[in-house]
Design a binder for this molecule. Structure first.
Ligand code: FJE
Ligand code: FE
Length: 339
């Protein structure tokens, strides 16, 4: 966005800025086409960045947790952030794993009920097979958004040799959506819209950022953004105020919340406090890559038994029975095996 467009479009901010800045802004209209424009607009940028892009009430970092490696599935390694003892859940999010699988490791046939799994591949490929006969592979930069609803049985295995990595997020469904028909939304590389400006690149997996929108339909209102900030860049991302939100660092290190905060490095999750949005700076020499995820809290009781997430213990017991007897959405579970 140019400062001219900020001036003409954003009258609210115009009135909020201080007298000093008003003087500068008035000058700017005069010097717009002059040779000193470059110098002037860069000093203008540093003065204006706080009031025009930042927030009066930025979301500060409320908690930082390191996701240490642990084993999961069959021989897979996950760095679990949400779902570990220090961060049991963050309504509506139930789990976030940064996973690494090398054959023969993987996540063989297992059920789910009551929530969504969002798998985002960072390196390699992951093949998914389910009990309705679906089979597909996602590759680095691609997403499978699975709404398990009333029941899904599937396998998630590495596609080929070597090490395959990615992120899997579990998003809870509201009580009215827990028993819906299962569905998939698959986003291949070119289906994920992106934007780039001033050293900041975003891939929009869910929600909206920098003027681009994801095609994903989220039952539980959610935003999921993959940011890469080059050295020296900064970004200010609005997040609905009633939502819970976190950032998870994939690589590099970044300054989150306020410009004087200590930098945080890869494999840490940062839980954000209340406020209008997240401010982030890359003051390091290397690129910073992180996901920023936010969601509307459901505010409902959560009873989890492994891959089943319901509202009451009785519903969990019913789910175990449905799976064992192949009922209420698990009809295909008894006969099916992945190939
Ligand atoms: C699961 C243990 C598990 N994190 N990340 C118990 F490992 C799993 C499971 C996964 C998983 C799968 C992928 Cl592809 C990536 C993951 C846990 O499948 F569902 C239960 N119940
Ligand atoms: Fe699964």
């Amino acid at each position: 966005m140019t400062y001219d467009s900020i001036l003409t479009q954003n009258t609210r901010d115009f009135y909020m800025i201080s007298a000093t800045k008003l003087v500068l802004l008035n000058h700017k209209t005069i010097i717009t086409n002059s040779p000193i424009r470059q110098t002037f607009s860069s000093s203008l940028r540093s003065i204006m960045s706080v009031s025009d892009q930042g927030f009066e009430q930025p979301r500060l970092v409320a908690k930082i947790v390191l996701a240490k490696p642990q084993s999961a599935g069959e021989g897979a390694v996950v760095r679990r952030s949400i779902g570990r003892p220090e961060l049991k859940s963050l309504d509506p999010f139930l789990m976030l794993d940064e996973f690494s699988v090398t054959p023969p490791a993987g996540f063989p046939d297992h059920p789910h009920r009551g929530f969504e799994t969002v798998t985002y591949l960072l390196q390699g490929g992951l093949t998914h097979q389910d009990f309705t006969g679906n089979k597909s592979t996602i590759h680095a930069g691609e997403v499978q958004w699975m709404t398990a609803g009333r029941g899904m049985v599937h396998s998630e295995m590495p596609a080929g040799e070597g090490t395959h990595t990615g992120l899997q997020l579990w998003i809870n469904l509201s009580s009215k959506d827990k028993m819906i028909e299962p569905r998939y939304q698959e986003l291949l590389r070119d289906d994920i819209p992106s934007a780039e400006e001033d050293g900041v690149r975003v891939r929009v997996i869910a929600g909206e950022s920098m003027g681009v929108h994801s095609p994903v339909y989220t039952r539980t209102p959610t935003m999921y953004l993959d940011f890469t900030l080059q050295h020296g860049s900064q970004h200010h991302q609005r997040i609905p105020e009633s939502w819970n939100a976190f950032a998870y660092i994939i690589e590099g290190e970044g300054v989150f919340g306020t410009p004087n905060s200590s930098p945080v490095s890869a494999h840490h999750i940062l839980v954000l406090g209340p406020g209008e949005g997240l401010s982030v700076w890359n003051k390091s020499a290397k690129p910073l890559r992180f996901i920023l995820v936010g969601g509307e809290p459901l505010g409902e009781p959560v009873v989890q038994h492994g891959p089943y997430v319901m509202n009451t213990q009785a519903e969990i017991e019913k789910t175990i029975e449905d799976y064992n007897y192949g009922k209420n959405g698990f009809e295909m579970a008894k006969e099916w095996r992945s190939k």
